[in-house]
Design a protein around this ligand. Structure first.
Ligand code: TXA
Ligand code: MG
Length: 310
């Protein structure tokens, strides 16, 4: 499934018929459907076995298309101009006459929107007349896929089409920021908080562990490889797969490098694939050494911590 015009056309044909198609983004693969169609959106929930009260992110080509559906504000314009297309999702108020299916938002009057950067996905969005609701293309609570092959492993023949755009650049999901009132980060992601703070010229609160569960991505068990995982490990147990942030000599067996050079971006890009690989090799548990809590390392630690709640 190469990235040709004819593949984009094929994906469009399925979407026009309210079927779901997996699409590549710069963060992770998404399972996309027409956000204006109740039928398509219901299919997404069903395929993922996703609880109906967990709303979806809607993907747009650009701001022009967004204006029909959402109320925009100053904070949004500033972040959009600086970072979009890119790994950030915005929670905005819906316009009264928005056509977005009420199943996307679980009947709320707010919606998460994003402008993905992957070239192939952008070409597809440009070609269609509706935005695409797209959660990560994995079964609910499991690891997000970062290659077309991962998607097929998750869903097999249950989905009709995967647009293959190679390996995702970032490898972790988008940062989610609520802009409906004072800006708040609901999910750490591919875009660092510091960069957002620099543009908005203020400190932004991060409420990824809220008890209210505004963003169910905040659920404790999430992003799970499906086997137990321990974090901040110095000494792995004999049978554990041990993830290291940097290549070096160690006295343990069964080790894997998240990055040979200790590069955090590289580690982010590798994390989900490596966890999938380890599970496939038959390991029953994973141990991860301490990851520096700086830059994208904060997102890595967030995901590892959630995965460790398995
Ligand atoms: O990088 C990404 O964001 C990927 C790619 C495919 O775009 N998508 C993704 O979608 O991660 P998903 O559905 O796996 O995660 C979206 C998160 C969920 O935790 C959901 O609860 C939260 O966004 N969310 C969506 N709409 C929301 C809303 N109105 N208020 C609060 N949280 C919301
Ligand atoms: Mg997800």
């Amino acid at each position: 499934m190469k990235s040709t015009q004819s593949n984009i056309k094929k994906a469009k044909e399925y979407l026009d018929k309210n079927d779901c198609v997996a699409v590549p983004t710069e963060t992770v693969y998404g399972l996309a459907g027409n956000a204006y169609s109740d039928t398509a959106v219901k299919k997404i929930f069903k395929l993922k076995n996703r609880p109906h009260n967990n709303p979806l992110i809607v993907h747009f080509y650009n701001i022009d298309k967004l204006k029909d559906d959402c109320l925009l504000n100053e904070n949004f314009f500033e972040l959009y101009n600086k970072f979009c297309p890119g790994p950030i999702s915005f929670i905005l108020k819906l316009k009264k006459n928005s056509k977005i299916s009420k199943f996307v938002t679980n009947q709320q009057n707010i919606v998460a929107v994003r402008f993905p950067k992957h070239n192939l996905f952008r070409k597809l969005l440009k070609k269609i007349s509706y935005p695409l609701a797209a959660p990560s293309a994995n079964m609910s609570t499991r690891l997000s896929p970062v290659t077309a092959k991962d998607v097929i492993e998750e869903f097999g023949s249950k989905i009709k089409y995967v647009l293959n755009g190679g390996r995702c650049d970032i490898g972790l999901e988008s940062t989610i920021i609520n802009l409906t009132s004072k800006p708040k980060i609901l999910r750490l992601g591919g875009l660092e908080t510091k960069k957002i703070e620099k543009v908005l010229k203020k400190k932004i609160s991060i409420i990824t562990k809220s008890k209210k569960k505004i963003s169910p991505g905040q659920l404790r068990l999430h992003y799970s490889p499906g086997i137990p995982l321990r974090i901040n490990v110095k000494e792995p147990k004999k049978y554990e797969a041990f993830l290291l942030i940097k290549k070096r000599k160690i006295k343990f067996n069964n080790y894997f490098y998240l990055s040979k050079e200790g590069n955090l971006e590289q580690a982010a890009k590798n994390l989900y694939s490596l966890m999938r690989k380890i599970k496939k090799k038959g390991y029953k548990t994973i141990a991860v050494e301490k990851i520096p809590n700086i830059g994208i390392g904060k997102t890595l630690n967030d995901r590892l911590e959630r995965a460790s709640k398995y």
